[in-house]
Design a protein around this ligand. Sequence first.
Ligand SMILES: NC(=O)c1ccc[n+]([C@@H]2O[C@H](COP(=O)([O-])OP(=O)(O)OC[C@H]3O[C@@H](n4cnc5c(N)ncnc54)[C@H](OP(=O)(O)O)[C@@H]3O)[C@@H](O)[C@H]2O)c1
Length: 236
Amino acid sequence: MDAATLDGARVLVTGASRGYGAAIARALATEGAYLLLTATDASRLGAVAEECRGLGAAEVQCLALDLGDAASVDALTAEVAGLVPRLEGVVLNASIVGARGPIAEISPTEMEAAIAVNVTHQLRLIHGIEPLIARGAGVVVVTSGAAAKPGRGAYGVTKGMMDVVADVLREEWADREVRVVRVNPGPLRTDMRAAVYPNEDPATVPPPAERVPPVIAVLKGADPGPRIQASEWGLS
Ligand SMILES: NC(=O)c1ccc[n+]([C@@H]2O[C@H](COP(=O)([O-])OP(=O)(O)OC[C@H]3O[C@@H](n4cnc5c(N)ncnc54)[C@H](OP(=O)(O)O)[C@@H]3O)[C@@H](O)[C@H]2O)c1
């Protein structure tokens, strides 16, 4: 792999079956990356993979991953290790909205379910793939403006937790020159946004592809610091 490009770079993208993850996968495909794409919906993931092959990806692997299920995370980790010796890029994109409302009013069962998908099994995945992460790799953790904000329910809680995880990983992996960057894409025209704002006209929200360039830049070697807003960070 040429360090200045993503040609042949092995990049794991979670939640690649639709929305922001699919847009990131398409952009990586045009860069000639070797894609390891995950989701639960095999059919939608397969369709994105076909697009990526047509766009010039070096290789596309579709891998089942249910972040609600520890065994699925372990199986995915083993599968990735069997396919590639190293990962030059990781995009932790998949997440769910979970229960909404004031956090004290969310039932423990609902809160635990959101934490399982958005935090516990993300940490399990990070633990599993850590030995594969190459020196100098880029690791993008997709965050949100809702992180750690009141009134944002389980989503805000779990996004805030992952912000802490990303910041700590960034420091812990600095000696390996691994760049961990939280990317907040801002509002995106996706299923998630439509579910949270059903009365919003989707045409008023940017399509996910518009907010992908900063992710690609980080994976190519840029280090903008621990956190960026995809709409503001220099997109040259
Ligand atoms: N949309 C926005 O306005 C917005 C704003 C700020 C931040 N974000 C962040 O951007 C990221 C992508 O959001 P999006 O809007 O693209 O969401 P989305 O349209 O709901 O897509 C979510 C992706 O995650 C996957 N996923 C969901 N549950 C999963 C599970 N249990 N295990 C594994 N994968 C799962 C989905 O695939 P399957 O259903 O096939 O599993 C899908 O590919 C999220 O981290 C979100 O917090 C979004």
